[in-house]
Unconditional design. Structure first.
Length: 68
């Protein structure tokens, strides 16, 4: 079974990260890995669910750990 690809709106619905925030993260090179399904400046963007979840796990800060 192929892994689910999610649009930025689907990421927002499931994880609460706005599409514009995801776009800003892409531009800054900070967000989750993504797949560009069409070429060009305005190409369609999709996210693998596992990439979003891995990225969120990497952003998790443990209480009592190092200062952010």
């Amino acid at each position: 079974m192929a892994e689910q690809l999610m649009t930025p709106r689907q990421v927002q619905a499931e994880y609460g990260i706005a599409p514009q925030t995801l776009a800003n993260y892409r531009w800054q090179g900070l967000g989750p890995a993504y797949v560009k399904t069409t070429p060009g400046k305005s190409g369609r963007i999709k996210y693998r669910r596992s990439a979003v979840e891995s990225w969120l796990d990497a952003q998790t800060v443990q209480a009592g750990g190092k200062a952010a």
